[in-house]
Design a protein. Structure first.
Length: 98
């Protein structure tokens, strides 16, 4: 991985951060931050993406990516994608910023 120094001139000053979490602890990573996680022992890891008015359409894109990777039969895949299209319309039509 070698980002463009012209487009990302401050990247060379970036320092890696790490954290080891104990059971029951959570880590919140700000939107847009690159991150990598690894389990040090057998465990269950949950990730939760949050969305706002600014990025709300992106949540449906993430769900579509998951559906594409599931290997669903064509009929089921079509039904799920139709539901996601409807969800997208509902999310994008919601003008309430709360």
């Amino acid at each position: 991985f070698f980002p463009s120094q012209r487009r990302h001139p401050l990247f060379k000053e970036a320092k890696a951060k790490y954290a080891v979490l104990d059971p029951g602890q959570s880590l919140v990573v700000p939107s847009g931050w690159w991150h990598y996680s690894v389990a040090l022992e057998a465990s269950v890891t949950l990730q939760r993406n949050f969305w706002t008015v600014a990025n709300r359409g992106g949540i449906v894109d993430l769900l579509r990516d998951i559906v594409d990777g599931e290997g669903l039969d064509p009929s089921t895949r079509e039904r799920v994608l139709k539901c996601l299209d409807e969800l997208y319309e509902i999310i994008m039509d919601d003008d309430d910023p709360e």
